[in-house]
Design a protein around this ligand. Structure first.
Ligand SMILES: [Zn+2]
Length: 275
């Protein structure tokens, strides 16, 4: 019997096929190249010994059903029911940040943990007294879609003022497009001294501080973990946030909080294994 573990984000679909006594088989493909259900079905047909499918999904998920996905094309929203009705497998699926939280909590002693992940999108998750904060439909802590500032383009969720538009890989791409700038990394952006580039970087920095301060002020965590592709590629973000967070978060909430970057290479995938 084997287990298929998938992490689907806005840019990459990563999977791991795990079976006892065998080296796990890993795969990484662009998310837009395949629909999630098509990928799962093709794996189940190629590997009929798969008994369980665990999915970390970069979007809102409630009780096995995808609710919304600003950065992923979805056709089959009721993915659990769809796959389980056709194949003799158990499907587990949860939000990618909640999966990441499961993985991060294994590395810390504190039961008061908050995650801020910057990748294609911007996400957060909160552990309070050891319990994952979920809300009535598992939709809580959608920090990427709280109002921040008006942008001249639309977010994947349909609004024009989301924090994610200023502090995410997809948001940066939209700004480069808008100003006619070539795509560039955050590292190149912060050293580019044109008025537009400086404005995009200043907004990005303001937004990451705003997001971190919101988490610290509202959730009162003991530890904040910064992660995701953009943080991994730009480890200096950790000290930038530590240096200036005092100007943004409520002082009393800041006194006993540690801000650090994630040490996990792919927390969402690791968390999906724990579903
Ligand atoms: Zn949005």
């Amino acid at each position: 019997m084997s287990k298929l573990v998938i992490d689907i984000g806005g840019t990459w679909l990563r999977s791991e096929l795990i079976a006892e006594g065998r080296v796990p088989v890993q795969e990484k493909i662009p998310s837009h190249s395949v629909l999630l259900e098509t990928y799962v079905e093709s794996m189940l047909q190629t590997h009929p010994d798969i008994a369980e499918v665990s999915i970390s999904f970069a979007g809102q998920v409630d009780n096995g059903t995808i609710v919304s996905a600003p950065n992923i094309v979805v056709k089959e929203y009721n993915i659990k029911k769809y796959i389980e009705s056709k194949y003799p497998v158990t499907v587990k699926i949860d939000n990618d940040l909640i999966c990441a939280l499961r993985a991060e909590r294994t590395l810390t002693k504190t039961p008061f943990l908050a995650l801020l992940y910057i990748g294609t999108g911007l996400g957060s998750a909160v552990l309070d007294k050891g319990c994952v904060v979920r809300g009535v439909h598992n939709l809580s802590w959608e920090i990427g879609h709280i109002p921040f500032r008006q942008a001249p383009f639309q977010c994947g969720c349909g609004k024009h003022n989301c924090l994610e538009l200023f502090c995410s890989g997809s948001g940066l791409e939209k700004w480069y497009d808008y100003y006619g700038l070539p795509p560039m990394t955050l590292e190149v952006l912060r050293h580019t001294k044109t008025a537009e580039a400086m404005q995009i970087y200043a907004n990005f920095k303001e937004a990451i501080l705003y997001a971190t301060a919101t988490l610290i002020t509202l959730a009162n965590p003991e530890e904040v973990v910064l992660g995701g592709g953009i943080v991994q590629a730009n480890p200096w973000l950790e000290s930038e946030v530590q240096k200036e967070i005092g100007d943004y978060a409520l002082a009393s909430n800041l006194t006993q909080v540690t801000i650090r970057k994630s040490t996990l290479k792919n927390a969402s995938l690791e968390g999906a294994k724990l579903l």
